[in-house]
Design a binder for this molecule. Structure first.
Ligand SMILES: NC(=O)c1ccc[n+]([C@@H]2O[C@H](COP(=O)([O-])OP(=O)(O)OC[C@H]3O[C@@H](n4cnc5c(N)ncnc54)[C@H](OP(=O)(O)O)[C@@H]3O)[C@@H](O)[C@H]2O)c1
Length: 185
């Protein structure tokens, strides 16, 4: 299950999950529904009129891009032993360990994410925060997928470099369908 499939991250996540052979459910508004279906989403929940946590059950994993209450509700749709990965939730001790953070950072992350740790125990689900890091190797694989047409980048708007401020303001609205591009040359 992928939260906010029509966004910049979601449009890639759906296509990568489909390439890996997954069945994908996602949330979108009416404005994003056709887009996510065209990318391969099997089930589309209209987040404005439906409650995903009451419709979807027993999913292997959730990829969350929204955090907060939506991340917390996502525990309800994952089966025992499943996983939740979030790019918008709180970092936890597992994340600190994976990134080799020191004692104090680990303690801080544990304290900040205590609610999520309680949900992990309650639902028997593993949660981790993901912070993207540049990887030439991974970018190379994605570039191959794009060149071979296996993945289609979805572009919402292109801004010239001089309009970087406007691009940021537009991104902050959280309404993009796909990526917002800043053109350098
Ligand atoms: N941890 C990391 O390393 C990392 C890396 C990249 C991004 N991020 C974070 O990931 C988040 C997502 O980034 P993004 O670029 O994908 O965002 P985005 O492109 O701004 O997402 C906008 C999309 O989300 C949809 N949306 C908004 N609220 C929704 C909801 N409640 N349910 C379902 N869909 C909803 C909107 O649909 P409608 O307009 O149709 O409502 C819109 O299509 C951001 O918070 C970003 O900061 C983190």
């Amino acid at each position: 299950m992928i939260q906010a499939g029509a966004g910049g991250v979601g449009t890639f996540a759906i296509q990568l999950a489909k390439l890996m052979g997954a069945t994908v459910a996602t949330t979108a508004s009416e404005a994003g529904a056709n887009l996510v279906k065209s990318l391969g989403a099997d089930d589309v929940i209209n987040y404005k009129t439906e409650k995903f946590e009451e419709i979807l059950k027993n999913y292997d994993a959730v990829f969350d891009t929204l955090g907060g209450e939506i991340l917390e509700k996502s525990f309800q749709v994952v089966k025992d032993g499943g996983k939740i990965v979030s790019v918008s939730g709180l970092p936890n001790a597992r994340f600190a360990k994976e990134y080799g953070s020191g004692f104090f950072k680990t303690l801080l992350f544990s304290a900040a994410s205590h609610k999520l740790t309680a949900l992990e125990k309650k639902h028997h689900v593993q949660y981790t925060f993901l912070f993207m890091k540049p990887s030439g190797e991974q970018l190379h694989i994605i570039a191959d997928f794009i060149e071979s047409g296996k993945i289609k980048p979805v572009i919402d708007r292109v801004f010239p470099f001089e309009d970087a401020q406007k691009a940021m303001e537009y991104a902050e609205l959280g309404r993009a369908k796909g990526k917002i591009i800043l053109k350098i040359r």
